[in-house]
Design a protein around this ligand. Sequence first.
Ligand SMILES: [Zn+2]
Length: 165
Amino acid sequence: MIKPEKRFMELALEAARVSAENGDYGHGAVVVKDGVVIATGYETLKSANDPVNGHAEVDAIRKACQKLQQPYLQDCILYSTAEPCPMCMSAAIWAKMNTVTYAITRDDMIDEMERIKQAGGGEFSWRQIAIPAEYIVEHGEPKVNLVPGFMSEEGKKLFELTKGK
Ligand SMILES: [Zn+2]
């Protein structure tokens, strides 16, 4: 397992804020190899009309492979501001990534959306497929190390940028 570092999650959080400023959901991702940032992923689902490559994790994985000119990212760690959806988690497995870490968990997402709704903050159009990243890893090969809830308090602040979207 590659141990996550705060400085890289900070970059993913910054990418999430940039994504939100561009009218997209507040998600960001970073691919790091040997302590060096290889690629930064932004959420561009709405601004690019792309529900597939517009996910921040897929964006970061694709850019990292292009930059390294290789189809796999064995020695890399993916930082995501939120628990990857089944598509993105699968992409990390196809890329043979060593480790995936994320700030907000699926449970955080459910709790925070309900809390903001109850407080009159409006509805979220943000949808989920109810398959945890752990489940994908359990059923996938090769195995990816998961580090959930890394800097989750910082990650939860992103919900304020996403409500009403
Ligand atoms: Zn995704």
